[in-house]
Design a protein. Structure first.
Length: 433
């Protein structure tokens, strides 16, 4: 049984692991829409507050919603382009109207989506989990180099800082046990940030400029407006999120040794629908299960939901106290990148471990794993190959998790499911003859 202090520390580690991904979305959208500093501050605070509420909703759950796994919810990157496009062609109120409707869609469609679980046998599950990890590796490496688009991208000091963070995490895991090993990522982040400070890479300007208190309020950017094209676009974003979250649920089920059934998927997606609805109401974002926290659960071996409850509580508090939230933004990208390599690599290892239970003497299983992982990794590593396609198709196909998952499910249907159906038919024909 973990003490309150240890539970809080492990929860903080989860928050720091996902924080950059959570904050970068409002930063990108706010910058593209040229929001004022006050509006930008609200957007970040509302996002963190809603992240926390959504995570608590998912991990605590009720009889009808919430998967009750150690899963953290954060804003999906898939929504960035559509929200900017909708806001520029109309306004933010229209974007939030579309988000609200998409949340209702996810809640209502969860039951139908849960029935797809039977199309996820071990070979598909293992491939999807592996794809989740592999598709995140480019994100980690971009951070290692200093962050995509940064002026010092690839500078030796960035690479050394990331390497030092990773080596420290590995040493803590190798030389320590128990709680210290469980917080190895947190130790690496703190030590890496301290080293970066002495290298002149850490600035506390954002902390001093941030306000002390911010209360999320419904419809901050105006009463929601509804446009059919905007709604269809956000529903597509939501479907992508449902596919990604299903993969995350299955991965966490394997890591925590819990059998995930149709009812679990349905309750998880219902909670996600409510979370998206809250994102629209509080003018935050659509939410989905964050893959990076799966790697952290696997790396630390701490599978209790209490830690994620603590993480959700911390996110709520950060959303109410922007100055405290700003303090966590000082962690340099290379430090995050070094930690991400370990976390995302653990997701890949989990997928490989699942695939080790697959009979690869059967050519069908080899083809399913090979093609789905190849397509998923290719889509994540070179998303620009879809740039010439229509916007909706591009949005769907640029997610390596979606393309890889769909490929695995379709190949399983064509190569395995159809083959099983054909065998009884042939036997019937023989008996008739």
């Amino acid at each position: 049984m973990l003490s309150k202090q240890k539970t809080f520390t492990l929860g903080l580690q989860h928050v720091l692991a996902m924080y950059a991904g959570a904050v970068v979305v409002p930063l990108i959208i706010g910058g593209a829409l040229k929001l004022s500093p006050a509006q930008m501050a609200y957007l970040i605070a509302a996002d963190l507050f809603t992240c926390g509420i959504a995570t608590l909703l998912q991990v605590l759950g009720t009889r009808f919603l919430g998967i009750r796994l150690p899963v953290v919810l954060g804003c999906t990157f898939t929504a960035v382009g559509p929200i900017i496009a909708i806001s520029m062609t109309s306004n933010l109120a229209t974007a939030y109207g579309a988000i609200i409707v998409s949340g209702i869609f996810v809640f209502l469609a969860a039951s139908l989506f849960g029935k797809l679980l039977r199309f996820f046998p071990t070979v598909v599950t293992g491939s999807v989990v592996t794809i989740i990890g592999l598709s995140l590796i480019p994100v980690a490496m971009n951070n290692v180099a200093g962050g995509q688009g940064s002026p010092d991208f690839g500078q030796p000091r960035n690479l050394l800082l990331a390497l030092g963070t990773l080596v420290l995490i590995l040493l803590v895991n190798r030389l320590s046990t128990g709680f210290v090993r469980a917080i190895s990522v947190l130790i690496g982040l703190v030590a890496g940030t301290t080293a970066a400070y002495f290298m002149g890479m850490v600035s506390f300007a954002t902390v001093s400029e941030a306000s002390w208190i911010s209360i999320a309020q419904p419809f901050y950017f105006g009463v929601p407006q509804f446009n059919i094209v905007a709604i269809l676009t956000m529903i597509l974003v939501a479907i992508i999120g449902m596919v990604e979250s299903t993969g995350v649920y299955i991965a966490l089920g394997k890591i925590t040794d819990r059998e995930i059934g149709e009812k679990d998927i349905v309750k998880g997606l219902r909670a996600e629908g409510v979370a998206i609805l809250l994102g629209g109401i509080f003018n935050a974002f659509p939410y989905t299960a964050f893959s990076q926290n799966v790697g952290l659960v696997s790396l630390t071996g701490v599978k209790t939901r209490n830690v994620i409850v603590a993480a959700g509580g911390i996110l709520v508090v950060l959303g109410l106290l922007p100055k405290l939230a700003a303090l966590t933004t000082v962690i340099p990208n290379p430090v995050l990148g070094g930690a991400m390599i370990a976390m995302f690599g653990m997701v890949v290892a989990s997928g490989i471990n699942i695939l080790s239970n697959v009979d690869f003497s059967k050519n069908e299983n080899l083809l399913i794993a090979a093609c789905s992982i190849g397509v998923g990794l290719g889509s994540a590593a070179v998303p620009q190959i879809f740039d010439q396609l229509p916007e909706m198709a591009k949005m769907l196909l640029q997610s390596g998790i979606v393309t890889g998952s769909v490929t695995a499910v379709v190949l399983n249907l064509l190569l395995v499911h159809n083959k099983k159906m054909a065998v009884p038919a042939q036997q019937t024909a023989v008996k008739a003859g």
